[in-house]
Design a binder for this molecule. Structure first.
Ligand code: HAM
Length: 419
């Protein structure tokens, strides 16, 4: 038997219902905050992620599903959504739209070749928001509030917002020099990747999974000490708005994030978890990315979270989203003539907007009623020879067991009124 690829999973119908609820909540909250959906392809030119996410990142170096298509093009299954959104923003000239900032969202699968465990999949589904075209600190607070509101709407309580600032390019340059000076004398004790990263992008050393416990990690220079006045001022404004909104946060100067495009505000939301993974969501500001990808100098900020990790957090907090919808009615047919009539009645009910079904595998009457129970049918419409003759069906209310004869022609009106 051919099995599902490692790090992927099927969402069976009983769980798909939860997914639909979560996705509906995401769309509803985006509407409240006035974010509009932008759908991009699942694969893009490999160069987009090399340039956008950064070619010293783990994502680009180790985790991408890249391939050549039959025309020899270098393509990659998207590992994240931001680079694609920015590409689409530039390519469709959304910067020329008077509607600014462009407030966009997406829900869809992402692909990373990671070591699978609970909350870490090779195909996972991100819900993300990106606001392009505003450098106002209130938009930083807005995207954070949007993510918090989303989690809270679904019932999560054990949430912790962690906040940092990576500053502007000048601050980052000063910090970069300090990092090189800090790690250089002992870089031989670090993994090959980190040795490569030292000159190219020393910030990446700080989120190396292999060298996580090296003592020099804990004593590394903190970005917060290198923020220039403008960066510090910006960060203070973001914090002040969050304070006023009553959104609690913890400052963490080691929060550097695993993608290269960030500057200024970065943040993550941590949640309750049984396993090692607690980061539910991550995001930040990326003011240089639009111009890096060929557009005009444009500020941007956003976040992404995965539905997989959200589901784990809901489980840990004991929140069940399961309420499989009940069927309005189930048509039970007794005898050959009734079996002929049942699909016609059923179709009429469905066209009238009711959710309805019948048996298709030749069950006896008792078996048909059992199926009606499995479908949580509110009403069962019974048709037999006698009913056919009188052009009536017996309608049984499954909640109280009462039943009534209803003419075929009145059936939809009768049921619609009862439901
Ligand atoms: P990221 O931190 O790489 O950021 O991923 C964001 C979220 O995606 C994580 O917090 C986690 O919930 C989920 N996630 C990542 N990898 C996996 C995985 N292998 N399995 C399950 N869930 C996963 C980004 O992707 C940025 N694009 C976020 C962003 C948007 N920054 C600005 N705008």
């Amino acid at each position: 038997m051919i099995q599902i690829p490692r790090g992927t999973y099927d969402v069976l119908p009983e769980d798909a219902f939860k997914w639909q609820k979560i996705e509906a909540a995401a769309r509803e909250i985006c509407a409240r905050f006035n974010y509009k959906e932008l759908r991009t392809p699942l694969f893009e030119s490999t160069a987009l992620f090399q340039r956008g996410v950064g070619d010293t990142t783990d994502i680009v170096q180790k985790e991408m599903y890249s391939f050549k298509d039959r025309g020899g093009r270098e393509l990659t299954l998207r590992p994240e959504g931001t680079a694609s959104i920015v590409r689409a923003y530039v390519e469709n000239k959304l910067h020329g739209d008077p509607n600014q900032p462009q407030k966009l969202y997406y829900i869809g699968p992402m692909f990373r070749y990671e070591r699978p465990q609970a909350g870490r999949n090779r195909q996972f589904t991100q819900f993300g928001c990106e606001a392009l075209g505003s450098a106002d600190p209130s938009i930083d607070a807005e995207v954070i509030s949007l993510a918090m509101t989303f989690y809270q709407t679904l019932g999560l309580k054990k949430l912790k917002l962690v906040l940092n600032s990576l500053g502007d390019p000048e601050s980052r340059k000063a910090h970069r020099d300090a990092l090189i000076a800090h790690f250089k004398p002992s870089i031989g004790e670090f993994c090959d990747d980190c040795q490569q990263r030292l000159e190219k992008n020393p910030l990446r050393i700080l989120d190396c999974k292999a060298d996580h416990h090296h003592p020099l990690m804990a004593t590394a220079p903190s970005i917060i000490d290198y923020l220039n006045d403008a960066s510090r001022d910006y960060f203070n404004k973001v914090k002040a708005i969050l304070d006023e909104m009553g959104i609690d946060y913890e400052l963490d100067p080691t929060l550097v994030r695993g993608l290269d495009y960030y500057n200024h505000t970065t943040f993550e939301i941590m949640g309750a978890s049984q396993g090692a993974i607690t980061t539910l969501m991550g995001g930040g500001r990326y003011n240089g990315l639009v111009s890096e990808l060929g557009g005009p100098e444009t500020p941007g900020i956003g976040f992404a979270l995965s539905i997989e990790r959200l589901l784990l957090a809901l489980d840990v907090e004991g929140i069940s989203l399961n309420s499989d919808p009940a069927l309005d009615c189930f048509v039970v047919a007794i005898g050959e003539a009734a079996e002929q009539k049942a699909p016609v009645l059923l179709n009429r009910l469905r066209l009238a907007g009711l959710t309805a079904d019948k048996d298709y595998i030749g069950r006896k009457v008792k078996g048909q009623f059992k199926q009606a129970d499995r479908d949580k049918a509110k009403f069962v419409v019974v048709v037999g020879d006698e009913e056919l003759e009188q052009e009536k069906a017996v309608v049984k209310n499954m909640a109280d067991g009462s039943q009534e004869a209803v003419a075929f022609k009145d059936l939809t009106d009768y049921l619609k009124e009862k439901i």
